[in-house]
Design a binder for this molecule. Sequence first.
Ligand code: SIN
Length: 280
Amino acid sequence: MSDKIIVNRLAGSIGAEIIGADVKNEHHWPIIRKAFIDFSVISIREQNITPDDHLTFAKRWGEINVNRFFNSLESYPNIAIVLKEADQTAAIGEDWHTDHSYDTKPAMCSILHAIDLPPYGGDTCFSSQYAAYDALSNKMKKMLDGQYAWHSSRHAFGETAKSDAQHKTGNFKNANKATQDALHPVVITHPLSGKKALYVNSGFTSHIKGLAAWESDSILSGLKQFIASTPRLTCRVSWEPNTLTFWDNRCTQHHAVWDYWPDTRSGERVSILGSERPAA
Ligand code: SIN
């Protein structure tokens, strides 16, 4: 194989960009897989692909997880549209979150293809949850290891959220299906790397099982604050036309930066079902 594929790290804790790869070429998949395991978030540049190519690449990693709440691409119910338009007052993903953690079997990874980009801004920040766990004190690790937390979709996508700015965008559907609550370990062991990762997020984690509300709130808000305020855990993906970013939801969180109003940004996202539940 003579193709020259370059993998450039984006930051110390997480992230790489890949230049020269073609997701339609299965000979490139081992390099892509290795970079995905090593860096948790990979931005593969210059992927001029169709929705069918996107799905073929996604299916190589596992079964597709159909998002119940995002609008989908016409004729492609498996491809969710991530859209921000000028008249919206809230943007999808503008808080730190892990996709689908409210599911019993959450999406193990997501693959977002940039379609329309604003003239500036619109980056996505990713945070390594391996690095987040490693940075905790031994006493805190000991306290969190073995704990379980509830994750919910109700407050984000459900009937009670219908008056929120996000719902008024018209980008969400099926509020009546937002009934998922899932219990996951607060610290999980990644099935591929064998490393431990923190698995709570601002978007969907509601409380730690077995603790009083004030106890759970103080621990979760401390952890969420830590994630939101620690740049050394992060990398920042700057999108280019046809960038395809592939991230591992089991060991990352992300935050879409909305700094380009009134310009539009859109992308097509495919999520892949995990083969197993997150385990301690
Ligand atoms: C998402 O939260 O999945 C969307 C990320 C992005 O728009 O960059």
